[in-house]
Design a protein around this ligand. Structure first.
Ligand code: BTN
Length: 252
């Protein structure tokens, strides 16, 4: 089935502010959205592609999704909120995906800051990139992936593997976009609502963790998420607020 026939009918199910552009193949949906932003496309433009030839994850890693099985899409946002708050879009996106997946029968947690986890394995990754006056929210969701390569099998999962049933990719996409349309507007004045919902799903809270912060590695006990969306990590009685980190790992 072509991407156009699979996703072409969901327009009426999407929030009014969103416009879906369907591609069979692109380099990266984030790059396609960046090109559209540069020629004036507006807030709410969504690009979904069945195949990405240069899909990427965080820290320059490749993001590979089997055509026809996963979702790879990006949303152009031109936030009203100050740029300093845009990193919060990653929390909004992860939360939107977790909420959408729950409707499809799994219990989804958030591995701060960007991943969605089901049963201790990653089911979705989020890559937020900023342009001059816009941001791109790139989302990859493992929907009907039947198996992963050996190096990922212990850490990755899909909706199909968790529920035993294939899901409609277009239904999952529509639900994520509906949730995202709500959550992305909570990065400013309503941020406490967003943070509360993320806290309820944070899989790191109460765990010993190790991470790589901007200025070096940290190890400690995760106390939860602070009011600004930062990770609270305690060690020797001192709580540190981590604003950004990579390679977050649970140690026990
Ligand atoms: C990560 O977990 O490292 C983030 C993965 C983000 C992948 C998505 S797929 C759609 C969009 N286009 C890309 O090239 N990357 C994001």
């Amino acid at each position: 089935m072509s991407a156009a026939s699979e996703f072409g009918s969901i327009g009426p199910l999407l929030p009014d502010a969103m416009r879906l552009m369907i591609r069979d193949e692109v380099d990266s949906t984030n790059d396609e959205v960046r090109r559209l932003a540069a020629i004036g496309y507006g807030d709410g433009t969504v690009v979904i592609a069945d195949r990405q030839t240069a899909g990427r994850g965080r820290r320059g890693a490749a993001w590979v999704c089997p055509p026809g099985e996963s979702l790879a899409f990006s949303v152009l946002v031109r936030p009203a909120e100050p740029k300093a708050l845009w990193p919060r879009l990653a929390l909004a996106a992860g939360l939107a995906v977790a909420e959408a997946l729950e409707i499809h029968g799994v219990s989804a947690g958030i591995k701060w800051p960007n991943d969605v986890w089901v049963e201790g394995k990653k089911i979705c990754g989020v890559l937020v990139e900023a342009g001059g006056d816009f941001a791109i929210i790139g989302i990859g969701v493992n929907v009907n992936v039947a198996g992963f390569p050996e190096d990922l099998v212990a850490t990755a999962t899909s909706l199909l593997l968790e529920t035993g049933e294939a899901a409609s990719r277009s239904d999952v996409l529509a639900e994520v976009l509906r949730r995202l349309d709500l959550r992305r507007h909570q990065i400013g004045a309503d941020f406490s609502r967003l943070v509360d919902a993320v806290r309820n799903r944070c899989v790191l809270t109460g765990k010993h963790i190790r991470l790589l912060a901007a200025d070096g590695p940290r190890e400690g006990f995760c106390e939860g998420i602070g009011s600004g969306g930062e990770l609270l990590v305690s060690r020797d009685g001192v709580v540190e607020r981590i604003l950004q980190a990579d390679e977050v790992r649970i140690l026990d």
